[in-house]
Design a protein around this ligand. Structure first.
Ligand code: IMP
Ligand code: MG
Length: 185
């Protein structure tokens, strides 16, 4: 374990999106959302843990009333079989019925988590359901899923920072970087 932690700094690759670029885009997204959700009943659903940093900046940049709640999903791990549908490890604590739900996600990769999440939230019959994802790894998509508000489309690389982790590390970085492959041994 100590070895693993000591190696961590060496996995930090090139910066893909700088902190000022993220902040500028978060404020643009908040402007669009504020326009679209004026006079509605906005409930942000932040998907833990990865979206927590994005949610914190996004909600503070909104200029419409909103509430927030948090969900967490079982991970697909390496297997993305549609037969093993992930469940909530933490479900929303408030009723979603009749509310305007905006899911706040860190990244859409294969799309399986998003498809499943929408399915689970729709059961409660919200008035509307939309997705705001900071990152879209479009090349990796296996199932179609709409992203109504998208921060950045990124290439097919494993990324870390601004909430996104590798082995629970790097979430605190204010920018997004590529995870570097370990050196050949
Ligand atoms: P999905 O493949 O679209 O179902 O994404 C599943 C989850 O994998 C995302 O919500 C992220 O939490 C995680 N994930 C996918 N790609 C990355 C990445 O590049 N860095 C960190 N986490 C990722
Ligand atoms: Mg996620």
């Amino acid at each position: 374990m100590r070895e693993k932690v000591r190696d961590m700094p060496y996995r930090l690759g090139e910066t893909l999106i700088t902190a000022p670029q993220i902040q500028a885009r978060v404020h643009e997204l908040a402007g669009l959302i504020s326009k679209d959700y004026s006079n509605r009943d906005l409930l942000l659903i932040c998907v833990l843990k990865g979206a927590a940093v994005f949610w914190a900046d996004l909600c503070r940049a909104l200029c419409v009333p909103c509430q927030s709640d948090f969900v967490a999903m079982e991970s697909y791990g390496d297997g993305t079989s549609p037969t093993t549908k992930p469940r909530f490890t933490k479900a929303a604590g408030v009723s979603l019925a009749g509310r305007d739900i905006l899911i706040v996600e860190d990244i859409i990769d294969t799309g399986h988590t998003s498809v499943r999440l929408r399915e689970l939230l729709r059961i409660q019959e919200p008035a509307s359901l939309a997705m705001c994802a900071l990152l879209d790894k479009a090349e990796r998509r296996q199932v179609e899923t709409p992203i109504e508000y998208c921060g950045f489309v990124i290439p097919n690389a494993f990324v870390i920072g601004y909430g996104l982790d590798y082995a629970q590390q790097y979430r605190h970085l204010p920018y997004i970087a590529v995870l570097q492959s370990p050196p050949e041994t």
